[in-house]
Design a protein around this ligand. Sequence first.
Ligand code: FMN
Length: 310
Amino acid sequence: MSGVTDLAFRLISRRLGATHCFFEMLDSKATLYGHPKNSRLLKTLKEDSPLAAQLVGGDPSVMLDAAEKLLSLVNISFLDINSACPAKKILKKGAGASLLKNTARLGKIIKKMASKLPIPVTVKLRTGFNKRDIRECVRGAKICEANGASVVFMHGRTTRQGYSGDIDYESIKATKVALKIPVFGSGNIFNEILAKKMLDETGCDGILVARGALGNPWIFKNIESYLKNGKAGKAPALSLKKKILKVHLAYVEKYKDMREANKIGFMGKVTMWYFKGLYNAAKIRKRICKVRSYKELIDLIDTVKWSLPA
Ligand SMILES: Cc1cc2nc3c(=O)[nH]c(=O)nc-3n(C[C@H](O)[C@H](O)[C@H](O)COP(=O)(O)O)c2cc1C
């Protein structure tokens, strides 16, 4: 996830049960031409494994060259092609979800990469562009399979829906039934019950957790134990939540290469993920915005009242 799954996020998620993580999305041209931002995105450690990457782009040759460059820089278990990003600046470049409208090009990109790269190539899709159409959704996924994709990751929303609205479990299920390769489901996995719902309703082979892990990295352990023994997990005590936030921030402090002011701003964003839904979250946000150093932020976290709304 862009702006989210940095090294700090991956490390805290792994400590709390995530089994496989992704780098933040990488632009194919920036990767190929070695944009400095890219080397920051590629920061990793030995224990940050297994790890996958995702490239976004619309030109088959650039995508392949970028992938080869990427493989010369980092060790990854597989490479995903983004055909799901709804951001206007990505769509304008003929990349991301715009490839849902140009499946011939998407097929070419997959074929070029899957036939040349030594690791599996996967594709992240949405169920459609403008409107729900199960047949079109399955047709697009079959094109991915026919061109050499090893797995399809399906976000159960159209591009037009963005990140809101109901999840279309039926389209994911139809895709799962139609494909021989594994199909993973994505969308609204905010707790262990919704994780099981995705698996039960679609028969999919695996799930992707996205926003459900923001300020809530124990979701991975909760899902794992619920799927094993049927017991819903509890949110950790607020004192433990505070401890986990501080470990997360310590990772950001140690590993994030950013100008100091930007880093403090980023830490504020991370902190607010953990305060979401707590008493006085809006007031705390205002105070966090005024913080100017890591130490000040930790002092604030230690002094504000951590409690649930009445
Ligand atoms: C801030 C943010 C950044 C995201 N970045 C990416 C990305 O880089 N690549 C991708 O495939 N999906 C990305 N997504 C989409 C998620 O992977 C996921 O498919 C979507 O949020 C639906 O899952 P959820 O409802 O469980 O959050 C992003 C979502 C958010 C909210």
